[in-house]
Design a protein around this ligand. Structure first.
Ligand code: URA
Length: 435
């Protein structure tokens, strides 16, 4: 006889009650095995969205999702581990320079990543624009690369939190993605199962992010930090701006090129600032306090780790990156100051040009995307290029231009622009060394 049944669990949450540990472990397990039907889990997800969950329920739910699959173990490595997770933004290529940088500082980075869906890009899609690079590694290959190179960015295997894979696909089509208990348990179940010792969460806030306002982003960060800390993972979160896209590019190959500029000691200042802020948090979480990551960018060792990481996965870090066949330049129709560059508009434009996919089985174009030539606060002159749109399929230009329409603004010369800080807030205990 079953310990519970689906209608009883759904009604408990529908009526505002707290689910017991036993109800949660039963329903997550039964759903993963197909005993609880999609329509029943949809009803439960909606009841959770409407009535919430307390901290104990969220912790039990996360534990049940972890228990649905395998747990990785990096305890045999000779160095500590730290990982970073971003809730997703436009132009967010930070993982690319960050993983080899942290590896160059002596901390191993096991970064299990995904492909993009919708207007935010996927780390694997970006790396797959490098000739020869492969995303799929066995657990043994991953462990060996972590020991030899110190950094791995690869696809999460099917064995990790399978309950989340099934539930996330269901939430996507039932209007229940936005529930904070479900977002937090989804992200943290995968990160805890991955076995990292320390975790830094980059919770994006703004038009191009999942979380549009700071209060909700802070609430999500607090729930995730508590889940990680209770599971023995040293966890902190930074709340970072996503009203404006990061850097100067959104696409696949063009974001790889920008990341390589950062590793070479250049690159856009905001990308460098966020890479260093997250690296310092990862190092502090892993207990490494005697290395400044800025020195590892300057002395070339982060670049060496990048090349070794790409080569270890079959890629050629020195091969030319693919370029788009067609381009279209948007110029400023008046001189003045750029006071708005909307992350969502840029993300949708890049996606429509072919950098992202509509359905998860769609291919992406390696060379497609948007390059912007000015950032908010910059003075621009009439006729100056503001954006370059890139694609292999020029019939996409019109819809990309429509996405950008209204997504930027030029005010008269001399207009002041008050930038929101890139790092808006921090949630968590362990503080990095201040330099
Ligand atoms: N990313 C995830 O992995 N899960 C969510 O629920 C939302 C974003």
């Amino acid at each position: 006889m079953n310990a519970h049944d689906a209608v009883e669990v759904i009604s408990t949450k529908r009526d505002g009650g707290a689910l017991s540990r036993s109800q949660i472990s039963w329903v997550v397990d039964a759903y993963t095995k197909g005993v609880v039907a999609d329509e029943q889990m949809s009803a439960l997800a909606m009841a959770i969205l409407l009535n919430g969950m307390d901290g104990r329920e969220i912790a039990d739910w996360t534990e049940a999702m972890i228990a649905s699959g395998e747990r990785m173990d990096f305890s045999t490595l000779s160095r500590p581990t730290a990982d970073k997770h971003s809730t997703g933004g436009v132009g967010d290529k930070i993982t690319l320079p960050l993983a080899p940088l942290v590896a160059a500082c002596g901390v191993a980075v096991p970064q299990l990543s995904g492909r993009g869906l919708g207007h935010t890009g996927g780390t694997l899609d970006k790396l797959e624009s490098i000739p020869g690079w492969r995303a799929t590694l066995s657990n043994e290959e991953m462990l060996a690369q972590l020991e030899s190179v110190g950094a791995v960015i690869c696809a999460a295997g099917d064995g990790l939190a399978p309950a989340d894979r099934k539930l996330y696909a269901l939430r996507d089509v039932t209007g229940t993605v936005e529930a904070i208990p479900l977002i937090a348990s989804s992200i943290m179940s995968k990160k805890i199962a991955e076995g990292t010792g320390a975790l830094v969460l980059d919770v994006k806030v703004g038009s191009g992010a999942f979380m549009k306002d700071v209060d909700r982003a802070r609430e999500l960060a607090e729930v995730m930090v508590a889940l990680g800390s209770n599971a023995g993972v040293t966890t902190v979160a930074l709340l970072t701006d996503m009203d404006v896209p990061l850097g100067l590019t959104a696409g696949n190959a063009i974001e790889v090129a920008e990341s390589v500029e950062v590793l070479a000691g250049g690159g856009p200042p905001d990308v460098v600032e966020l890479t260093l802020a997250l690296a310092r948090e990862m190092l502090a979480g892993a207990g490494v306090t005697d290395v400044d990551p800025a020195d590892r960018l300057a002395d070339g060792s982060a670049m060496d780790a990048w090349k070794a990481m790409i080569r270890a996965q079959g890629g050629d870090p020195d091969a030319p990156l693919p370029t788009a066949r067609e381009s279209h330049v948007v110029t400023a129709d008046a001189g003045g100051v750029l006071t708005r560059l909307d992350a969502l508009a840029v993300g949708i434009a890049a996606w429509r040009l072919g950098a992202g996919r509509e359905r998860k089985e769609d291919p992406v174009q390696a060379g497609a995307g948007v390059v912007w030539h000015a950032r908010p606060g910059d003075a621009v002159t009439a006729g100056q290029p503001l954006f370059t749109l890139l694609t292999d399929t020029p019939e996409r230009f019109d819809r990309a231009l429509a996405a950008l329409d209204g997504g930027y603004r030029i005010d008269p010369p001399g207009t002041s622009y008050d930038a929101r800080p890139l790092v808006i807030d921090r949630v968590g205990e362990v503080a990095p060394v201040q330099r």
